[in-house]
Design a protein around this ligand. Sequence first.
Ligand SMILES: [Cu+2]
Length: 149
Amino acid sequence: MKNSYSMLLAALLCAASVQANAAGVANAAISDCWIRALPGDLPSGGYFKASNRGDQPVNLTGVGSDAFGMTMLHQTQSQGSTSSMAMIGQVTVPAHGSLVFAPGNYHVMLEHPKAALKIGSTLPLTFSFSDGEKITANCTVKNAGSMSH
Ligand SMILES: [Cu+2]
């Protein structure tokens, strides 16, 4: 299990570098990635900062992870005292700019974890961009209760 997992990760990393070479320059970057773990079967949220060093805007088109059965790009939409979540197909990261996924707005919905989330551990998320780049980031699992709101 452990072996096939690391081989898969190595394959993903390989694919990422091939993609970057094909595109010439890797413009997008992911930083400060973390996962807000919720108890039981509740879906967890993934948060991060996407940066774009390029001269053209680039779209984040999807997020995947082997650690979860389902991953989706979501946006929380508040109307008065109620809030709901909408699925989004893609989000634009502006040229020479960045886009922050944070609680209350854009997030990655992470459902059906393959194993119980361990606070303090890291899980890989792979981000796909419209220019063909794929970036895998290690995201720190944090306790939802540790957040002040
Ligand atoms: Cu959501």
